[in-house]
Design a protein around this ligand. Structure first.
Ligand code: NI
Length: 259
């Protein structure tokens, strides 16, 4: 059994065939899907989907692109939404210095506010990073022992992976690990300790090599898990088992436990 730890199937890209997408996920043995919000609307939609599908769970949060819209009123709504037991994490949140759609100072402010909320609610966090590890890691380090979560769609090198692991965070590996030129990410996928590895799609984006350029979906997390199994010289079943266990430990235990 596999888990897609990062999907956006609440988006209208799936309005025409969402039930078929979920059926294909089940057929691919994907038995849990974490639907990740990135602004108010997509967070509310994630909860609605989780309410109507047993295998779906939700997160609520504000992406750094929209950091400017995180007012104290919005934060209050997130706080209320997060009291729903189907909400098992906050995010995605973080810093994006590639697109810079919001000023960096405001991105940091929005990130810190959401981390405060995660501490208050004892929820794990899903971190979005683009070209910003040098700022994200110190921010997380300052909260070491009080915050836990996953570095989603990890794209750093092995050294950055080690710093991330030092903070107790999990490494989320997505479809790019299957790309032919992804040597660095493949090295990371080989070296992540078994108890800190998660798999994800980030669908509709980042489809694996065999579907590259098409709309991604939770069923395809299987290709990513197969690639990681091949890289590590273990069975797909083994990768499925450890990533599912890690998912359960990180997201399904609401107690404030930090390694
Ligand atoms: Ni995402």
């Amino acid at each position: 059994m596999l888990v897609d730890s990062h999907a956006h199937i609440q988006l209208d890209n799936y309005d025409k065939d969402r039930e078929s997408v979920l059926t294909r996920a089940r057929q691919a043995d994907v038995h849990a899907i974490l639907i990740v919000g990135f602004d108010l609307q997509t967070s509310q939609d994630a909860i609605l989907l989780a309410e109507s599908h047993d295998e779906c769970f939700a997160t609520v949060g504000m992406h750094p692109h929209d950091a400017t819209t995180l007012t104290s009123a919005t934060l209050d709504i997130f706080r209320k939404l997060a009291s729903d037991p189907l909400v098992i994490a906050l995010g995605e949140m973080g810093l994006d210095y590639y697109r810079n759609q919001s000023p960096r100072s405001l991105q940091k402010f929005a990130f810190e506010q959401q981390l405060d909320l995660a501490e208050e609610l004892s929820l794990p966090v899903i971190i979005h990073n683009r070209e910003a590890y040098h700022d994200i890691l110190p921010i997380l380090k300052a909260r070491s022992g009080r915050i836990r979560g996953v570095m989603h769609c990890f794209s750093g090198d092995v050294k950055t992976m080690r710093h991330t692991l030092d903070l107790g965070f999990c490494i989320g590996i997505g479809g790019p690990v299957t790309y032919r030129k992804a040597e660095e990410l493949q090295t990371v996928a080989r070296e992540v300790p078994v108890d800190h590895l998660l798999v994800e799609t980030d669908c509709p984006w980042l489809a694996p090599q065999n579907q590259r350029g098409k709309r991604n979906e939770p069923a395809y997390v299987r290709s990513t898990a197969e690639k990681i199994a091949e890289l590590r010289g273990v069975s797909l079943d083994k990768i499925a088992e450890i990533t599912t266990r890690n998912f359960e430990r990180l997201f399904r235990d609401r107690a404030p436990s930090v390694s």
